[in-house]
Design a protein around this ligand. Structure first.
Ligand code: DX5
Ligand code: ZN
Length: 223
């Protein structure tokens, strides 16, 4: 299984975002994780399509847009146009989950569903064939730098079983991403429980010695 690392730019230096995304790409990042918060679905306010468009020419790797917004649909064409490759949203924030997933695919992006720590995995049941990504939140969404919630591990194993069963039955591949509190010292057990895509914000951008880039911490995470 190939493992993808997606540094979250929520913890980057926003005054030098172009250089920051170039640095993580140079250090081997597979995706840029782009956290969109609206002070409505979550109690924080971050960045939108204009910033996505601004960083797009700086890197070749995919931009993984995590929408923590409500409502969702109106932003999808804007992010697709701004260069997003993957767009993921929270099912509680969309009245019509199936329609929103299709809307993302109609705009040429991969579609993902994000599960909060208390959101049951059963919400994926009837839309499996529309999913490219399942994102499991291992913290409550809204802020970087929170502590990993341990109950995510059994939930992750359960999500892995569902996805494997889907693929074994001839279904399309679905990535399984974990977001929140991923660090050098717990990434091993998170991968062992079934994740193939890891978001890491403060672990990457807050690395104590970032060696003028992020090579050391990216290597430690990869190992
Ligand atoms: C939280 C965001 C995460 C966050 C992760 O709501 O979705 O992507 O940036 O940050 P760390 O890795 O610091 O927990
Ligand atoms: Zn995120």
């Amino acid at each position: 299984m190939s493992i993808r690392i997606a540094p979250s730019i929520l913890s980057a230096d926003f005054a030098r975002l172009g250089a920051e995304v170039r640095a993580i790409e140079a250090a081997g990042a597979d995706l840029v994780h782009f956290d969109v918060m609206d002070n409505h679905y979550v109690p924080n306010l971050t960045i939108g399509p204009l910033v996505c468009e601004a960083i797009r020419p700086h890197v070749k790797i995919g931009i993984d847009v995590h929408l923590m917004v409500e409502p969702v649909d109106a932003l999808i064409p804007l992010f697709a146009k701004a260069g997003a490759n993957l767009i993921c949203f929270h099912p509680e924030a969309s009245r019509h989950v199936d329609r929103t997933l299709q809307l993302i695919r109609d705009h040429g992006c991969k579609a993902g569903l994000a599960f909060n720590p208390a959101t049951p995995l059963a919400l994926m049941d009837h839309v499996m064939d529309r999913l490219d990504l399942v994102l499991l939140m291992s913290v409550n969404p809204g802020f970087g730098g929170q502590k990993f919630i341990a109950s995510t591990l059994p939930k992750l194993a359960e999500a892995r079983r569902r996805i494997d069963a889907h693929m074994a039955a001839g279904g399309q591949p679905i990535w399984l991403e974990v977001d929140g509190g991923v660090k050098v010292d717990n990434i091993g057990e998170i991968v062992a429980a079934g994740a193939d895509t890891l978001v890491a914000g403060s672990a990457v951008f807050g690395a104590p010695d970032n060696d003028g880039g992020y090579h050391t911490v990216m290597k430690q995470l990869r190992k």
